[in-house]
Design a binder for this molecule. Structure first.
Ligand SMILES: [Zn+2]
Length: 300
């Protein structure tokens, strides 16, 4: 019985497949179709998500650009507004002498009526001694080693620059001749920022700047990494203190002399007065031209 039962199993399986082949086939086909459909959905959804992500990134980039444009426009508008205020202030000061009587009337702005030839290296320029005429421009300007200066200053200036480099303290120039028109724009810009009283403490009014004579130079170290108030802490500044007078230059504004010169310390600003005067001042220990020439200074 056992032996005869075993071979009977084969026909049973065959019979089973013969009976259910259609059902099995349908199940296999449906399962495969389902798996393919799921796979298709996954791929499609992934692509859609990637598309949406890319689109979102594009929108963010566009918004960012718009924001940058708005910021730039606001900055430009603010700058234009300030310039307009400066221009208006300039007009008010220049067109109405009573606003700043001694500022705009050349006849009244040199209280001592001496040392008023702007082409002479002995000219006095401070808040009580304007340049006459106010819109004066030197006729002998030359540009040497990055400085635009009067030809009267050029040879000594070149010697000073050469000596400084040879001693290992090379210098550069950050500002030299400035025209009346430049000073109008500079001063009035600062008026728009700090008001006239504030601007007067650090910016000369047009016609009152030594830079307009071509006799003044603002120095920095050669790399310009240290200019203006930083310059006073450099070895180059120490070299200038020791040697500038030999070449006819003096530091014009020392600390503690505000009441006399009208300005706070400016370690970078040098005025050419000629070696005779500069060395004599040094020998006598006199730090200001006002004291050396016995002329008034201080505020306007
Ligand atoms: Zn200066």
């Amino acid at each position: 019985m056992i032996l005869s039962q075993k071979p009977a199993k084969q026909p049973l399986i065959r019979r089973f497949f013969r009976t259910y082949w259609l059902t099995i086939s349908i199940i296999v086909v449906l399962t495969t179709a389902s798996l393919l459909t799921i796979r298709w959905f996954t791929v499609t959804i992934d692509a859609a998500t990637a598309n949406r992500l890319a689109e979102a990134q594009r929108e963010i980039a566009a918004l960012d650009e718009t924001l940058q444009q708005i910021i730039a426009r606001n900055e430009a508008e603010e700058k234009a507004r300030r310039l307009a205020v400066a221009a208006e202030t300039a007009e008010v000061i220049l067109s109405n002498p009573s606003n700043a009587a001694s500022v705009v009337n050349p006849a009244d702005c040199n209280v001592s009526d001496v040392r008023k030839d702007p082409g002479d290296i002995g000219v006095m320029v401070n808040k009580k001694h304007c340049i006459q005429p106010l819109s004066y421009a030197p006729s002998d300007l030359v540009t040497v080693r990055g400085a635009t200066i009067s030809a009267k200053v050029a040879p000594s200036f070149e010697q000073l620059m050469t000596a400084a480099s040879a001693a290992g303290f090379p210098l550069s120039v950050t500002s030299s001749y400035r025209s009346y028109q430049t000073q109008v724009a500079t001063y009035n810009y600062w008026v728009s920022v700090s008001g006239a009283a504030g601007a007067d403490t650090y910016s000369a009014r047009p016609g009152y700047s030594e830079h307009q004579t071509g006799f003044a130079i603002d120095f920095a170290n050669a790399s310009r990494s240290c200019s203006l108030s930083c310059f006073g802490s450099t070895a180059e500044y120490q070299w200038l203190q020791a040697n500038a007078a030999t070449y006819g230059f003096i530091q014009r504004y020392y600390a503690g002399k505000d009441a006399i010169t009208g300005y706070g310390a400016e370690e970078w600003h040098y005025r050419y007065v000629g070696a005779d005067v500069a060395l004599d001042m040094k020998a006598k220990g006199i730090l200001t031209l006002e004291e050396y020439w016995g002329l008034p200074g201080g505020t306007y």
